[in-house]
Write a protein that binds this ligand. Sequence first.
Ligand SMILES: *Cc1c(COP(=O)(O)O)cnc(C)c1O
Length: 354
Amino acid sequence: MKKWEENIRKVSPYVPGEQPQTGDVIKLNTNENPYPPSPGVYEAYCAVDFGRFGLYPDPVSGDLVRALEKYYGLREGQVFVGVGSDDVLSIAFQTFFNSDRPILFPDVTYSFYPVWAAMYRIPYECPPLDENFRIRPKDYRRENGGVVIANPNAPTSIGLARGQMEEILRANQDVIVIADEAYVDFGGETVLPLLDRYENLLVVRTYSKSRALAGMRIGFAMGNERLIQALGDVKESINSYPMTRASVPVGVASLEDEEYFREHLRMVMDTRAWSKGQLEKRGFQVMESQANFLFARHPEMSGEYLFEQLRERKIFVRHFSGERIKEYLRITIGTDAQMERLMAALDEIIPDLF
Ligand SMILES: *Cc1c(COP(=O)(O)O)cnc(C)c1O
């Protein structure tokens, strides 16, 4: 080993779902939205002023922050935006988790949390989900340096009721509690109404799933002004101009067509209900989903085998190797046509004898 190599940081990075760059696949592996964003988003994108590309953007993305405050009925100073919610969460970990006590998040949840914790040298502990893959609020009643709950949880797709989230909040008023609501628009229960009662609550959202804008990288956090101020200070210590000139008007425009938004959420949820029934007909056990994906296992066939067989047929789903979840597939809800192709492929893969 070269001397200089000793000082290179060693990390085990988060492994995102594959992004095949050819068009010829059915991509149900990263929970993207199968529909385009609203027509107004396209217009806003086309109206971006090329003549100003040489100038740095607004460092605080004020237009987008104000539009989100208005949309969610918040006060000025209650929204922080970033380059996808991964950026927002990463900054939140650095901002709020600076004690010697471990932060808490479930053993089965978004696999980026342990990566950030390791990266920022934050101790952490992972209370296990119960045997039905549900979060038990009472597990979060112990000394800790912060709490992170994805709600609905990933990759299980299961949501926690607001009352149960409040149980966690009530027991943890001396630390920051992050509710990662990446999937809440697909039928979950938000804790947004609790913001005024718990000044230590930070709600994190993304445009990547429900707003069909994963490619534009927009995420945000909502909370008490003091928390938002602290996030801003840390962000200013990393990167002054994270959001591009295009993402801000695009993010604003997405909020302006509520009808389009609601209609397309409904389409995803309808396809989800159909797909769950179809998978169950084929022998799968499927968790009750409040997200834009299904978490399912087949009692007779291994998760890895199904994943590989689908992949050979150019259908990409997500498979995790963690001990508790290795027999499961996480399947993003695509269009009706894509889900029909998935079912046809499963009919080839799964023999009739079961
Ligand atoms: C997808 C996802 C994110 C990150 O989304 P961005 O594209 O970075 O906004 C964060 N949390 C959970 C639970 C997710 O599933």
